[in-house]
Design a protein around this ligand. Structure first.
Ligand code: PEP
Length: 251
């Protein structure tokens, strides 16, 4: 059984005091973790404080990126070992903004994913829109396969800790979300790719998320799709009331 997952990605927003008050509000109003898992991905500067404040609540804390080495001469980078050390549970990797502005390649994202898994955390691997519809049979196919590239050398037994986020770049931050049919198509393609790479059993364990202008208005429809196990929300996660509306999508 795949437990639904809703995560907020704050990107480079909020101050430390805003982040702390967000956690103080949200931690007391969360659905039980057996029915929904939830996380917030924040600036590395806020992570120790957020982990402390969320302790004992179902809210988990995520990082937005990390490097693939645990330590060394890599000025300005964030070590996955230090993320584990402060109690981070998830790390977003390969977000389309990292790919666009920081030229992250699939190869680099793969090294980061291996490192996050080695350190006992779960990677949430972003797949940008690199797909096209084959017009003749209205079927999705890869132009470039970010899923198989990112999962190179990831062992089948680690796959239940991996999440993949289907995030078409035209939907991120634009207010124009994919329709539930488009989002389901993308997530279905990701699941079939994992099935071909590993097995149907492995593909069945992996949580696949949709991201791109998710709001309280479209979250329930998206979450109802068979291959969408959760959502990654940017803008809608910046305010505690809006984030709680996402979490309570069933009400
Ligand atoms: C994101 O940052 O992953 C995202 C989907 O942002 P937004 O919800 O603002 O489109």
């Amino acid at each position: 059984m795949r437990i639904p997952f809703i995560a907020g990605n704050w990107k480079m927003n909020l101050t430390l005091s805003e982040a702390e008050s967000f956690v103080k509000v949200v931690r007391n109003h969360l659905p039980v973790s057996e029915t929904l898992e939830t996380a917030i991905a924040a600036s590395p500067l806020f992570l120790p404080s957020m982990v402390k404040l969320s302790k004992g609540s179902p809210l988990k804390i995520a990082a937005q990126n990390c490097f693939y080495k645990d330590a060394g001469a890599y000025t300005g980078e964030v070590s996955p070992l230090s993320l584990k050390d402060v109690g981070v549970s998830y790390v977003i990797l390969g977000h389309s903004e990292r790919r666009r502005y920081f030229h992250e390649s699939n190869k680099m994202i793969n090294l980061k994913a291996l490192s996050v898994l080695k350190n006992g955390m779960s990677p949430i691997i972003g797949c940008d829109e690199k797909m096209s519809k084959i017009k003749s049979n209205n079927h999705m196919k890869w132009l470039d396969n970010p899923v198989s590239e990112a999962l190179r050398n990831v062992k089948a037994e680690d796959m239940s800790r991996v999440m993949i986020a289907y995030e078409p770049s035209w939907a991120i931050g634009t207010g124009r979300a994919a329709t539930k049919e488009e989002a389901e198509d993308g997530c279905y393609l990701i699941r079939t790719t994992i099935s071909e790479l590993y097995s149907p059993k492995v593909a069945d364990q992996v949580r696949i998320l949709y991201g791109g202008s998710v709001s309280h208005k479209n979250v329930a429809d998206l979450m109802a799709c068979p291959n969408i196990d959760g959502v990654l929300a940017g803008k809608a996660s910046l305010n505690p009331d809006n984030f709680l509306k996402l979490l309570n999508y069933k009400k």
